[in-house]
Design a protein around this ligand. Structure first.
Ligand SMILES: Nc1ncnc2c1ncn2[C@@H]1O[C@H](COP(=O)(O)OP(=O)(O)O)[C@@H](O)[C@H]1O
Length: 211
């Protein structure tokens, strides 16, 4: 069974992580961020070193490694009973990040909606500079690395959107307040999807129970 999936899509600094964390606290939605998974690695391990090596230069970690790590992580969540794919949506943040990753994931995820958080590049660069001060992230540490990451988004990640059916894509202005962005995502995407999966079960239950 492929995971029912909502993609959180947007450039670095668009606010995917903030929204993803909040959405992940709503019952029925499992947030999974590849950036968070990478940052949780011990930098002394082979995988941790690879992450540091690429991300500190503003580059993507190689695709096979990324997908392998993510699959292990999500299987682990299923195994310890923290993710229930038969009843929950996966909210994927930071994956797929290029066309090859999209292809590698095709037999694993069933993309039912895409939330695309959009803002002008300058706005997002400004946010990343502020985040660097607050969160001490080495991939936000210099304008050079930040600009490199924005270029990678435009060149490798943004084209992925063109490969999905356009009716799945919900474009949302990432410069609005966080609560308004959340409200848009909830009403335009989460409620309709959740009600659509719950409806058949309810209806069949109702028919079992009679009038
Ligand atoms: N799907 C992915 N493929 C390759 N590298 C990734 C992927 N997701 C995250 N990374 C690595 O982790 C870094 C941080 O990612 P993330 O937390 O999503 O930050 P941001 O959205 O600000 O770029 C990326 O710059 C990249 O090096």
């Amino acid at each position: 069974m492929r995971y029912r999936t909502i993609l959180l899509f947007g450039a670095p600094g668009s606010g995917k992580g903030t929204q993803g964390q909040i959405i992940g606290s709503i019952p029925g939605f499992q947030h999974s961020s590849t950036g968070d998974i990478f940052r949780s690695l011990d930098l002394h391990t082979e995988m941790g070193r690879k992450f540091w090596e690429y991300s500190s230069r503003g580059q993507l970690v190689p695709d096979e490694l990324t997908i392998q790590l993510w699959k292990q992580y999500i299987k682990g969540l299923e195994y310890i009973n923290q993710f229930h794919p038969e009843s929950e949506f996966l909210v994927l943040d930071g994956l797929p990040r290029n066309v090859h990753q999209k292809v590698l994931l095709e037999d694993v995820i069933d993309v039912q909606a895409i939330v695309y958080l959009r803002a002008e590049r300058d706005k997002m660069v400004e946010r990343l500079r502020r985040r660097a001060l607050k969160e001490n992230r080495f991939d936000d540490a210099s304008d050079e690395v930040i600009n490199k990451r924005m270029d990678v988004f435009g060149r490798e990640t943004r084209p992925v959107l063109d490969l999905y059916p356009q009716e799945l894509i919900h474009r949302i202005d990432a410069t609005m307040s966080q609560i308004r962005i959340l409200s848009e995502i909830v009403t335009r995407v989460l409620v309709p999807l959740k009600e659509a999966v719950e409806r058949p079960a309810d209806e069949s239950l109702a028919s079992l129970q009679g009038p």
